[in-house]
Write a protein that binds this ligand. Structure first.
Ligand code: AHR
Length: 503
């Protein structure tokens, strides 16, 4: 039987915030050094930024970029990263057992954003691990105050006369995780986050603030953590963060393909928790979600290697350089679909990370840059997934998974661009063996033809793009999609990501 759903512009989820297509640059491995920044590289510009990477980041369609960590930020002194490069200190980064040279810092990051385009915007994390409220507002003064104070004048003396205007801030990172430098319980973190938020709002009442939620749904404190933190911060913050990484474990590919089932439930559980706290506080305010780390990450493999062979403080080592298969890209696509399906409450999302470190873009030092398989669903969703997300309640054949029981083979969303009138369907077929016929009733959408059906699929589920073969897996046009009256008919190949554009 085909999978089916009905689209009707009268029934929508919400409008996509461009910040849903954010990413993340952490001082980790080669994300910064030999990733976005490599003075001396043949493609480097006068600032040492790799123009080949800049071009790919633009093509990826990334908007908000979170910086500078991650676990890194919890041991970070922002003052180390500003001023003349030759006087910046080298420091140990305990989070990743690396040496940080600080050759790249706040000003260089803002320069990088400035070269990306109008939608690029910083999302700055403050250190609430080894530091606190005082250092957070000092950084805010340095970054945002126009002039006439010690720190704003210092910024100007460092060559940045104009304030950076950073409007979106994370109050620490993963403070619920015992691995985090300065890890705290929910009560202590909630108080610190509230005090810091209060002070930052005294400086600028319009800052947007993200409180740390749980590092994953499987944390033992999940749920209680969010509730306690929000009891302290509800009136002071705008967002609670969510982080989720998925990987294939024990060869259970069918469950891996259904990872979005976990992500959907995670979002719904956090939304429920936010609204529960809001109800108890008799508040009409809604806390939204900043899903500021999400991706596929072969973390179990990384952890074991990291524990068995702790790095000996190298500079910019090859860490977390996962190579993504077609299968990973299909799961990744369904994670993106999940974010879009919850666009009413997920207002910020950051693909972790941007270059080399669990990333859609890879580079070789001194050599080329290329797109991983996961690059394509993101680029297509960022380009065409703008507008109003329509409700999709699909009927679909299902398959059985060890982790999630019966799971529909189809995972889909659709976005109506009200300016152009185009509707774009994003769909994943989780079946590893069967093509999935799809029928979509297009009630009142006004669209009558297929502009494009692009498919990411491959005979080899483990196919990937590498330095030697960078274009092994790319999206290809698919044949056969038709609109007849108000009915779209098409076929989704086995194990595939599809984008179907209708006008
Ligand atoms: O993105 C890699 C790491 O994952 C981040 O540093 C941390 O916040 C998370 O655990």
């Amino acid at each position: 039987a085909p999978a089916r759903f009905t689209l009707d512009p009268a029934f929508s989820v919400g409008t996509v915030d461009p910040r849903l297509f954010g990413s993340f640059v952490e001082h980790l491995g080669r994300c910064v050094y030999t990733g976005i920044y490599e003075p001396g590289h043949p493609a480097a510009d006068e600032a040492g930024l790799r123009t080949d990477v800049l071009e790919l980041v633009r093509e990826l369609g990334v908007t908000t970029i979170r910086y500078p960590g991650g676990n890194f930020v919890s041991g970070y002194k922002w003052e180390d990263s500003v001023g003349p490069v030759e006087s910046r200190p080298r420091r140990l980064d305990p989070a990743w057992r690396a040496t940080e040279t600080n050759a790249f810092g706040l000003s260089e990051f803002m320069g990088f954003l400035g070269k990306l385009g109008p939608e690029a915007e910083p999302m700055m994390a403050v250190n609430l691990g080894t530091r606190g409220t005082a250092e957070a507002i000092e950084l805010q003064e340095y970054a945002n105050h126009p002039a006439g104070t010690a720190l704003s004048d210092l910024r100007a003396a460092h060559g940045d006369k104009n304030p950076f205007g950073i409007g979106l801030w994370c109050l620490g990172n993963e403070m619920d995780g015992p691995w985090q430098i300065g890890h705290k319980n929910a009560e202590d973190y909630g108080k610190l986050a509230a005090a810091t938020a209060r002070a930052m709002r005294m400086i600028d009442k319009n800052v947007e603030l993200v409180a740390c939620g749980s590092s994953s749904q499987s944390m033992p404190t999940f749920g209680a953590w969010e509730a306690t933190v929000l009891e302290h911060t509800y009136d002071l913050v705008d967002y609670i963060s969510m982080h989720a990484y998925y990987e294939e474990l024990d060869g259970d590919r069918d469950s891996f393909l259904a990872s979005a089932v976990d992500m959907e439930a995670f979002i719904e559980n956090v939304v429920a928790t936010c609204d529960h706290v809001g109800a108890r506080l008799k508040s009409s305010k809604k806390i939204n979600i900043s899903f500021d780390e999400w991706n596929i990450w072969y973390n179990a493999r990384f952890q074991q290697d990291f524990d068995e062979n702790p790095p000996d403080w190298p500079e910019a080592p090859r860490q977390l350089e996962d190579s993504y298969s077609l299968t990973d890209a299909v799961v990744f696509g369904s994670l993106l679909i999940t974010l879009l399906r919850h666009a009413d409450r997920v207002r910020v999302a950051c693909l972790a990370q941007l270059v080399n470190v669990i990333a859609p873009i890879m580079t070789e030092p001194g050599g080329p840059a290329w797109r991983q398989t996961t690059f394509f669903p993101f680029a297509q969703a960022s380009r065409y997934g703008r507008g109003r997300v329509l409700q999709v309640e699909a009927e679909s054949p299902a398959y059985t998974t060890a982790k999630y029981g019966e799971v529909p083979l189809l995972h889909a969303t659709a976005v109506l661009d009200e300016q152009s009138g185009e509707v774009t369907v994003f769909a994943v077929n989780r079946s590893r063996t069967r093509a999935l016929p799809l029928e979509v009733a297009l009630h009142g959408t006004g669209v009558s033809e297929v502009v494009e059906h692009s498919v990411l699929a491959d005979q080899d589920p483990d196919a990937r793009n590498t330095l030697a073969e960078p274009d092994r897996v790319v999206p290809r046009p698919a044949e056969g999609a038709t609109v007849d009256g108000e009915l779209l008919r098409c076929e989704l190949p086995p194990l595939s990501w599809s984008m179907i554009r209708l006008a």
